[in-house]
Design a protein around this ligand. Structure first.
Ligand SMILES: N[C@@H](CCC(=O)N[C@@H](CS)C(=O)NCC(=O)O)C(=O)O
Length: 235
């Protein structure tokens, strides 16, 4: 496939980062469009009613556009034959899919409940943080979420990461499930307590294996965290 795909992004977003990493690692011709502040505007919402980024635009897609980072990761590997990042062997692929479905439906919502309040990011309708609950209740809800993040990381290590947590997910080199998990963990400095040493080593291992393809998009996330830190220091 030789078409240049378009990825609509918000640069400091870890949901976006994982796809940006794959585009670079896989050498996929692409254009990135920064839609920060525009996702609920008429132009973006008319083509992407979920308001969400990342969204991938390609003439090859039904409707021309798709959302959900993990689905985009799988699609790009399928469309560009990137089997090294999304193994074709059904058993190996099952591990990658299982990890990414768990990430989307299990880990990330809890992770967001733990880090978003500390970063000043909005949460979802119906959450404690968006309710009329007291500051004490909101703090307790965040703390509960953080405790669950640390527990789930141990589950992820046991269930998904090869070599007892010293390898990668579903292969001997990073897959799209590693891109997804490592990208999310870029927000870990916004937890109250540090993640386990093995998890820090895991992120470093993924970055080392992927090189600039990882470090480039990660720099946008890290730069944003530095900006938040400087804002806090100034108040
Ligand atoms: N589960 C989705 C989450 C997407 C998401 O929450 N995107 C946020 C940025 S992190 C967004 O674009 N928000 C813009 C808005 O809500 O207007 C994924 O993994 O792609």
């Amino acid at each position: 496939m030789s078409e240049t795909v378009k990825l609509n992004i918000i640069p400091p977003s870890v949901n976006n980062m994982c796809v940006r990493v794959l585009l670079r690692a896989g050498g996929i011709a692409h254009e990135e469009v920064n839609v920060f502040g525009k996702t609920r505007g008429e132009e973006y919402a008319s083509k992407c009613p979920t308001f969400a980024t990342p969204s991938l635009e390609s003439a090859a897609l039904p409707g021309g556009i798709m959302v959900e980072s993990c689905a985009i990761l799988s699609y790009l590997c399928n469309a560009h034959g990137l089997d090294q990042y999304y193994p074709r062997d059904p058993s190996a692929r099952a591990v990658v899919d299982s990890a990414n479905f768990h990430h989307t439906g299990g880990f990330y919502p809890v992770f967001a409940r733990a880090v978003y309040p500390n970063m000043g990011f909005p949460l979802y309708p119906g959450e404690t943080q968006t309710s009329e609950a007291s500051d004490e209740l909101k703090a307790a809800a965040r703390d509960q979420a953080e405790a669950e993040v640390h527990r789930l990381l141990e589950v992820i290590k046991t269930c998904f990461i090869g070599k007892g947590g010293e390898g990668f997910i579903g292969a001997d080199s990073p897959t799209i499930a590693d891109m997804r998990l490592a990208a999310s963990l870029e927000f870990a400095p916004s937890l109250n307590n540090p993640i386990a040493d093995w998890a820090k080593a895991y992120v470093a291992r993924v970055e080392q294996a992927l090189g600039d393809a990882y470090t480039g998009p990660a720099s946008d996330v890290r730069g944003f965290l530095e900006y938040l830190k400087s804002q806090r220091a100034a108040t």
